[in-house]
Write a protein that binds this ligand. Structure first.
Ligand code: ZN
Length: 46
């Protein structure tokens, strides 16, 4: 009997730039990295 996984309501992922835990829906993908919005904006502006 398998253990059911917890319901995925709001998955949090950590930003690969600053390590901040961010809701998956509030992250952005950039070149294979998962970034929070502030990091995404900062990197994209360069
Ligand atoms: Zn970040």
């Amino acid at each position: 009997m398998k253990m059911p996984r917890p319901a995925r309501i709001m998955d949090s992922v950590s930003c690969e730039e600053c390590g901040e835990l961010t809701m998956e829906t509030r992250t952005r993908r950039f070149r294979g990295k998962t970034l929070c919005i502030p990091c995404f904006g900062r990197i994209e502006q360069r």
